[in-house]
Design a protein around this ligand. Structure first.
Ligand SMILES: [Zn+2]
Length: 85
């Protein structure tokens, strides 16, 4: 059972709650921004959806939502905040 020594507890994973990835399609960069939006046709007015964005995609995602009238705002990403916060 000598192999067990490799399992030291320092494992990182994309499933860890501290890891947030940009929502842009195909992007694997860490999120730096929360793009907050709501689709009035699908969501109650108080409902807030959040896309995470890296520096590169923040403007792209915000523009996409703004064009459709969905954009509420862009905030600095705070690890631990959730979709339903
Ligand atoms: Zn990105």
């Amino acid at each position: 059972m000598r192999n067990a020594v490799f399992y030291s507890g320092g494992v990182t994973s994309n499933d860890a709650s501290g890891t947030a990835i940009c929502s842009a399609k195909g992007c694997r960069q860490a999120a730096a921004w929360s793009v907050v939006w709501n689709n009035p046709k699908l969501h109650a007015p108080e409902r807030r959806k959040v896309w995470l964005a890296c520096e590169e995609h923040r403007q792209h995602l915000a523009d996409f939502l703004d064009l459709r009238g969905f954009l509420i705002g862009v905030e600095p990403f705070r690890p631990g905040s959730s979709d339903d916060a």
